[in-house]
Design a protein around this ligand. Sequence first.
Ligand SMILES: [Zn+2]
Length: 252
Amino acid sequence: MAHASCPNGHGMWNGDGKPVVWAFRVGFFRDYMRTHPDCRLEEEPEYLQMYDYVDDVPGEDLDCWYCDECKGLVVFVDIARYDFKRMESLPDGKPEDFDRWEEYIALRDREFEDFQEFYEGKNPIEAIEQYDFTYHYRLSLDKKTIYALDKEDKIVFGYFRSNYTEFSPDTEIRFVKGEDSASYRPYEWAKGKMEVCVHPGQYVHTKDGREIIIDSVIEDGKRYRGRDINQKEISEVDIQHTDVLRVADEIC
Ligand SMILES: [Zn+2]
């Protein structure tokens, strides 16, 4: 069980299952079926449930949360967090390259239980193609836009990315209550496997508490130049990659 804040700052707690959304990229299962044509959900001893197929697969193991208050979405993937806010208005028609957008299915906790009953004994693609989903989802190639499509393939609602954050494997979260304190490192598993990527225009939070807007990359993955946004007199600073605690598109 865990807590997280939504893109608009509302508190979410997954202990009651309410914010939990099961989301999967359809293309992953299409590719998987090419190499494992005989796989079946809940039959193969190695792979039992839909989420077991993506377990620990980089980029595919989505931890997706939905806020009941503002309908915002937060998606945790590997060392990254994507914040999406619901669009107030929709574009006329579909974007030009819409057919190339990634297709996703997504179900809230209780709906997913119905889907699990339905898919028993089927292969993942049969299950996805035969199930009567209320919506299908498409994610843009730059991963900044999500549209939900109804059964007639009409866009019915959408999301835009409001922030993107990547966390260093060194990130430590500390809890302090009175004299008690505890800490944990939620991304420690990524050490040696993944590292944050720093790009110009992003905000870097350093291990010593500074907030730097990055202007240029001096040496890719090693050294960056930017400005400390909390200093009165903003001047250029150089930081090392090892100083980086997290990177975000926006300051939170
Ligand atoms: Zn919210």
